[in-house]
Write a protein that binds this ligand. Structure first.
Ligand code: GLU
Length: 427
């Protein structure tokens, strides 16, 4: 009995290792594509992994040394691109998976970037703004030879934001002795950021959900949406879905969620969350845990929090028609088959949440031109990219008789493989 439990735990820890999850999908797609063994050998590993130790003078006067990573997964199609996350449980394995996902994501939406990701092991909730600034600047200084508009372009991710990007841009610029706005994206608008970047991931989600519900002959007013997470992706996504007429019936933050089958007034609930930092006192709703929220019957489920939310142990209880993955890696590879057997239409993360990096690409272009576009232009171009990419993935899935996640991976891997083959491998 005890050993069966241990076995289950081992199985689950393998299942929830994000790198394994990514590789399982990669291997399957590579096999279906009949990927050349040399290309396979090169593409299955990251190009470069950096590990840095970051000394920070804490407010107490003591020095604390933090550990940070930057994984540059692939450069075949352009500079590495991807966010930086700050969290106590960041691991190199997680960052490696996230970097690979960026490579595939950029290829799915066909922007000229490779993939990268950074992470620093720290607890930003426990740190002062001054400590966070010093941490960020020293981390940027450690990476100085490896980042840059033509090399690797970081962006925000979990627990980092426009301010973090402004500090990185400034630190890099101080060393370069001139202002280099295009070294990061997701900056404040006044210092080279793009209109619409903050909302881009949520807006991209809205565009692909709009396409997906057409397949079910549904329209926003009769489409019930459940959103896990209320940060930059979930919070803004829920707000935009609400504005577009969708009925958002549940939403959560890290501490739990709220549910009302008749729909939640999202602007009001979000204002409450901003004011009280919690949904706890919000009235006229039922409370649900983050686990239970995923199992609410709905039309569209949007996991927009973190990895490994839908696993082999809860996938069979998911009751949605469309799964739109706002987070990176919210579904484990083992859960894919269960969702597929249930007939759930999956908009995989590398497509569903690609709106952020798409507008990051627009920001990088605008910085390099020194000419900035109006928000409606950004949003229209984002819509074009998201709708075209959605159709590319669905068409690919139909043509090859595979599910949409496999199709997205195949499409991405095929594009990266094609470009790698054209460039040739410098070996
Ligand atoms: N962190 C975001 C993501 O996972 C955005 C990355 C970027 O804009 O470079 O897609």
């Amino acid at each position: 009995m005890a050993s069966a439990m241990v076995e289950d735990q081992i199985k689950m820890s393998k299942e929830t290792n994000p790198f394994e999850s990514m590789m399982e999908r990669f291997d399957r797609a590579a096999q279906l594509l009949n990927l050349d063994p040399d290309l396979y050998a090169v593409m299955r590993v990251p190009n470069r992994e950096l590990k840095v130790y970051i000394p920070v003078r804490m407010d107490s006067g003591r020095m604390q040394v933090f550990e940070g990573f930057r994984v540059q997964h692939n450069f075949a199609r352009g500079p590495a691109k991807g966010g930086i996350r700050y969290a106590p449980d960041v691991t190199i394995e997680e960052v490696r998976a996230l970097a690979a996902w960026m490579t595939w994501k950029c290829a799915v939406v066909n922007v000229p970037f490779g993939g990268g990701k950074g992470g620093v092991i720290c607890d930003p909730q426990q740190m002062s703004i001054g400590e966070l600034e010093r941490l960020t600047r020293r981390y940027a200084a450690e990476l100085i030879d490896f980042i840059g508009p033509e090399k690797d372009v970081p962006a925000p991710d979990m627990n980092t934001n426009e301010q973090t990007m402004a500090w990185i841009m400034d630190t890099y610029s101080m060393h370069a002795r001139h202002t280099v706005t295009a070294v990061v994206t997701g900056k404040p608008i006044d210092i080279g950021g793009s209109a619409g970047r903050r909302e881009a991931t949520g807006r991209g989600l809205l565009f692909v959900i709009n396409e997906a519900i057409k397949r079910f002959k549904m329209a926003p007013p009769n489409t019930r949406v459940v959103v896990q997470g209320s940060g930059n992706v979930g919070g803004i996504g829920a707000q935009l879905l609400h504005e577009a007429g969708y009925k958002v019936i549940a939403i959560s933050d890290i501490n739990g969620g709220i549910y009302n089958p008749n729909g939640i007034d999202i602007p009001n609930a979000m204002a409450h969350l901003r004011a009280t930092r919690s949904f706890e006192e919000y009235e006229g709703v039922e409370r649900v845990s983050n686990e239970d929220l995923l199992e609410i019957e709905c039309d569209v489920l949007v996991p927009a929090a973190t990895e490994n939310q839908i696993r082999s142990d809860n996938a069979k209880r998911i009751k949605c028609k469309v799964l739109a993955e706002g987070a990176n890696g919210p579904t484990t590879a083992a859960a894919d088959k269960i969702l597929h057997d249930k007939g759930i239409f999956v908009i995989p993360d590398i497509l569903a949440n690609a709106g952020g990096v798409t507008v990051s690409y627009f920001e990088w272009v605008q910085d390099r031109m020194g000419y900035f576009w109006k928000e409606n232009v950004v949003n229209e171009r984002l819509q074009d990219v998201m709708v075209a990419s959605f159709n590319d993935v669905v068409k690919y899935a139909d043509q090859h008789g595979v599910d949409t996640r496999t199709a997205a991976y195949m499409l991405a891997i095929d594009r990266v493989a094609y470009d790698t083959r054209m460039r040739g491998i410098y070996a």
